[in-house]
Structures are given as C-alpha cells and as structure tokens.
Design a protein around this ligand. Structure first.
Ligand code: HEC
Length: 150
C-alpha cells in the first residue's frame, strides 16, 4: 500500500462513521416522542398567537372579563366538540352564552383571516392552558370545518 493511501484511509473511515452516527438518532426516535414534540410545538406557537389575537378580550389567563368576554377555563365550548370550537373562530359568535351563572351577549368577531395552522395552534394552546386538558387541534381539522362554511 502506498504511503498516501495510509494517510487518507483514517479520514475516509472517520467520515463514514460520522455519517452513521448522525443518522442513528433520527431513525431510532420512538413515534410517541415525535407526537409529544409536535404537540409541544403547536401549543408553543399558539401561546404567541393567543397573545396577539385573543388576549385583549379573554385576558392572559383565559379569565375573560365578567359580563363582557366569557372565560376560556374549562368551558363546554373549549373542551367539547372541536367542530363547534373551530366554527366559533371561523364564524365568530353572536348568541347568548351562559358560563358559571354569568351571561355574555357581546358579539365575538370572526377570526377567519387567520391561517388554518394558526387557528389550530391557538386552539391547541387554549385546550391545554388555564387548567384545560384536551387533545390538540390539527390544521387539517380546521381546513375540514372551513370547507363546510364557504
Ligand atoms: C373583541 C373581543 C374578542 C376577541 C378578540 C376574541 N373573543 Fe372569543 N369571545 C368574545 C365574546 C364577547 C364571546 C361571547 C360571544 C357571545 O356571547 O355570543 C366570545 C366567545 C368565545 C368562545 C366561546 C365561549 C367560551 O368562553 O368558551 C371561545 C371558545 C372563544 N371566544 C375563543 C376565542 C379565541 C381562541 C380567540 C382568539 C383567536 C378569541 N376568542 C378572540 C370576545 C372576543
């Protein structure tokens, strides 16, 4: 074997093992961890969007404002049927709402200008904040509801 080959071989082997090491963790990652990661990501984005689009009325901790803007804490609207919840954001809401003995009748403006992914992020955040615990909402679920009201 020539001298230069001996010099190059360790480098080539080094490169090969380096690629192998980089590839391993990605393929070995369990599916459950990836799902948990996706949930954390959508909830994290939703927190920022909530501050921008919902907080002025529903307040930072989802408490709302008595007799003006209803709370988002463990209400049937937030924790219940996702289709109805997504519909409230797309259509707005203008009906008499009663939560914990308080009545609300100010109209909520439509948030339909938000992208499907943004609505999914916000609702995933709301459903997993303020003491709420419920499944996340996907962009595909928002797209499906939007298709029924256009
Ligand atoms: C301009 C004020 C305003 C903004 C902004 C607003 N809402 Fe509302 N929201 C209301 C009012 C008022 C109602 C009650 C409507 C009614 O009585 O028909 C309501 C009702 C709701 C309800 C159903 C009732 C409940 O408390 O569970 C949900 C869920 C909700 N809003 C979520 C959101 C989310 C999420 C955002 C941000 C994307 C948002 N709202 C932005 C004022 C607002």
């Amino acid at each position: 074997m020539r001298k230069w080959m001996l010099a190059v071989m360790p480098l080539a082997i080094g490169a090969l093992t380096a690629t192998a090491q980089v590839k391993k963790p990605a393929t070995a990652k369990p599916a459950a961890k990836q799902t948990a990661g996706a949930a954390t990501a959508t909830i994290g984005r939703g927190k920022l969007l909530y501050k921008q689009y919902c907080m002025s009325c529903h307040q930072e901790n989802g408490t709302g404002v008595p007799r003006m803007n209803p709370p988002l804490i463990k209400t049937e609207y937030v924790l219940g049927d996702k289709t109805r919840l997504i519909g409230i954001l797309l259509n707005g809401l203008n009906e008499d709402v009663e939560i914990d003995g308080e009545y609300y009748s100010n109209p909520m403006p439509s948030q339909a200008a938000l992208k499907d992914q943004e609505i999914a992020d916000i609702l995933s955040y709301v459903r997993n904040s303020f003491g709420n615990k419920a499944s996340t909402v996907s962009a595909a679920e928002v797209t499906a509801v939007r298709a029924t009201i256009k």
